[in-house]
Design a binder for this molecule. Sequence first.
Ligand code: GLY
Ligand code: MN
Length: 476
Amino acid sequence: MNKSDKFNKEIVIMFDSKIYAQRRNKLKKQLKSGIALFLGNEESPMNYRDNPFHFRQDSSFLYFFGLDSPGLAGIVDVDEEKDIIFGNDLDVEDIIWMGDLPKLKDRALEAGVSHTLPYNELDKILKTAISKGKKIHFLPPYRMENTTKLCRLLGLCESMVKTYASEELIKAVVEQRSIKIKAEIDEIEKAHSIAYEMHTTAMKMTKPGIYEYEIAGRIEGIAAAMGGMISFPIILTINGQTLHNHYHGNKLVAGRLLVNDSGAETAMHYASDITRTIPVSGKFTSKQKDIYNIVLDAQESAIKAIKPGYKNKNTHFVAVKKIAKGLTGLGLMKGNTDEAVKAGAHALFMPHGLGHMMGLDVHDMEDVGENYVGYDEKTKRSDQFGLAYLRMAKELEPGHVLTVEPGIYFIPALIDKWKKEKKHLNFINYNKVDQYRDFGGIRIEDNVVVTKTGYRVIGKTIPKTTDDIEAITGTY
Ligand code: GLY
Ligand code: MN
């Protein structure tokens, strides 16, 4: 192993302490008053208390306080200009079973926090603040333990917790976390390089007779073996027409397409999220190639449209118009493309949005509410089928990181429903569509950072053209 290999393998779990301090100071300026409370996550038991799922820290806690272990909470006290981390040092029993950690006060310094208190002091500090009429800002919880904890700490009942979450804090957090600094983009690049290995390995393993779980298991292992973990449960399926298909029990059969939508998180939890579609036999049929190249054209055209000030809703339209036009060329759709897209007829084939923001979460910050992340005063969510699922629609800004992931799917249940309802008869040629009922689906996804002048696709290109995919498929 040479020196540079060794350097690359070093696990880095936190940024410089100054970064966390800057983030909290900015938050104080954004909020103006009150206390922002961030609850870290707890261990989550799989089947009994001492057998937990792999621990995953809350992303906003990671963003402002950086410490990646259970049993922590942090406050940013805007009025007192003070940050405190709450937690308990390990006792000897913890150390015997799970190993030691530096003292909390030393760990907190790594995040630039010089005040720490035992966890049970949190209750007192909050009650005192409340009695003085201070506002406690908190984000909407997504885990039951934290819902319960907030109820207890703030004297709320369960049904009130979501309502009392602070919109001011949500907006401040989204504003900060949406713009990635260079150090964060470097982490996302690292996550992409893990995804590169995952995807090229999957391509090499793809051949008739192998089971989906053999490939899914191997590539999940790659994420772990490269120092991270998967960024979401792997979607790897010959039934890619099911958008989030997590079943991995099928045997690959020649003639099918394998959709692999998977990505990794670095040790610092920054994500990648990539999709490739692979012909099981190693060669695309001409029918598959035609559809594949429509999706590829849609994806590449959408990426090229990305620039600051441009609404991502329009990037979505660039892609779906290419899809509608391509499908019209094949006789699956008909009529005027712009009118078909306006009416939402293309959503029979692509019933999802073009993509989402990505960062410390694969769908970044969706825990605080999708509309706060992807929409704003200038861009309201549509309720049209298909477009309603667009997660990121608002104007793009330098530092945004997003996915671009169009697809074409033949979903028999949806085809039958629309056909029965005689939906969009002037734009859809149902007789032709019926010839594709067993086609499956194709999705192609890359990760893009918005730059000052346009865009940059993150990472080394993972084979994407039909030629490049065919060249690598089944080569193990
Ligand atoms: N990678 C799955 C998704 O973006 O929904
Ligand atoms: Mn995605």
